[in-house]
Design a protein around this ligand. Structure first.
Ligand code: ASP
Length: 307
């Protein structure tokens, strides 16, 4: 079977100043995933390796460097799927975990698919995953971004922000990370990890930990990771739609485009992007946001970077 890996660093308006860091980050992530595949590792291990690289880099909205919610703290969402078994591991609104994708791997091996908040974080001990002071994941750039959001709320409303007012004033999503891979045994996997949307209401959970919305993988068809405005991606099940396009016989490029077109047509303001591999290792991507940083390598489709 041909091997392939693709990664994304989020859909949105990525500032010019951050583009070199994005470019470098997604290359590093792709290389980490490719190395796993070339050494005979599984698609699941490849997507985890790629996502860990991006969770550790401050330029991306996942793990270290994630955005802050309306109350000024980080809550992380992530999801992982093994296309060979359809097993899923996901965590939502979790705090103090630098690499939520590792927690997803632990959840994936158990009987349940999704854990939230403190109960999700508590699993870290059993999984042998280090818990850190949640404040240690806050970068100066994210703090500044959050403060700017707070200032604009005060100017707009004349009142301090509340979780509810913040809901209507959130900043557009960007910098979420994800990966899809196909290994030599023909197994597909998908992973997505995010801090969500800057200034989101505390407890808000987006699409990223939701199968069909933020990710999907099925060995019989393909694997997909999405990014963008989570409420719109979840409402149209964008990842599953892309997989359905492959089932209908579309190429990955066509299936990706069809899922994103539907997102924009069915939801007012529906915005996002996705990366997609089919079971033959062919790659496709589409987005209707200003940008979506992504990179791919495939033994049948070559390699590329869009940053
Ligand atoms: N989809 C993520 C969310 O809404 C954000 C993103 O992809 O940038 O939580």
């Amino acid at each position: 079977m041909p091997r392939a890996i693709a990664v994304h660093g989020g859909a949105g308006n990525i500032p010019e100043s951050l583009r070199p860091e994005h470019n470098e980050g997604i290359r590093l992530a792709r290389e980490a995933g490719r190395r796993v595949l070339l050494e005979g590792g599984s698609a699941l291990d490849a997507v985890i390796a790629a996502v860990i690289v991006l969770e550790d880099l401050p330029a991306f909205n996942a793990g270290y460097g994630a955005v802050l919610n309306a109350e000024g703290y980080i809550e992380l969402d992530a999801g992982l799927m093994d296309g060979s078994t359809l097993d899923i591991g996901a965590v939502a609104a979790v705090q103090g975990i630098r690499n939520p994708i590792l927690l997803c791997r632990y959840v994936l091996t158990g009987p349940h698919i999704l854990f939230a908040k403190e109960d999700a974080a508590r699993l870290a001990a059993a999984a042998g995953i280090e818990q850190v002071d949640p404040r240690s994941l806050i970068t100066p750039r994210r703090l500044e971004q959050w403060l700017a959001g707070q200032r604009s709320l005060r100017v707009d409303s004349g009142a301090p922000s509340s979780p509810l007012s913040a809901q209507g004033e959130t900043h557009p999503p960007a910098d979420t990370v994800g990966a899809v891979a196909l290994d030599a045994a023909g197994n597909l996997a998908a992973a997505t990890s995010t801090g969500g949307i800057n200034g989101k209401a505390p407890g808000r959970i987006g699409d990223s930990p939701l199968p069909g919305g933020g990710f999907y993988a099925d060995n019989l068809v393909g694997a997909c990771s999405t990014t963008g405005w989570g409420e719109s991606l979840a409402r149209t099940l964008t990842a599953r739609r892309a997989i359905e396009g492959l089932e209908r016989g579309l190429t990955p490029a066509q299936a990706a485009r069809a899922a994103i077109d539907l997102l924009g047509q069915r939801i007012a303001g529906g915005e996002g992007g996705l990366i997609l591999l089919d079971r033959h290792g062919r790659f496709g991507a589409a987005f209707n946001s200003q940008r979506m940083t992504h990179a791919w390598w495939s033994e049948v489709d070559g390699e590329g970077v869009v940053a």
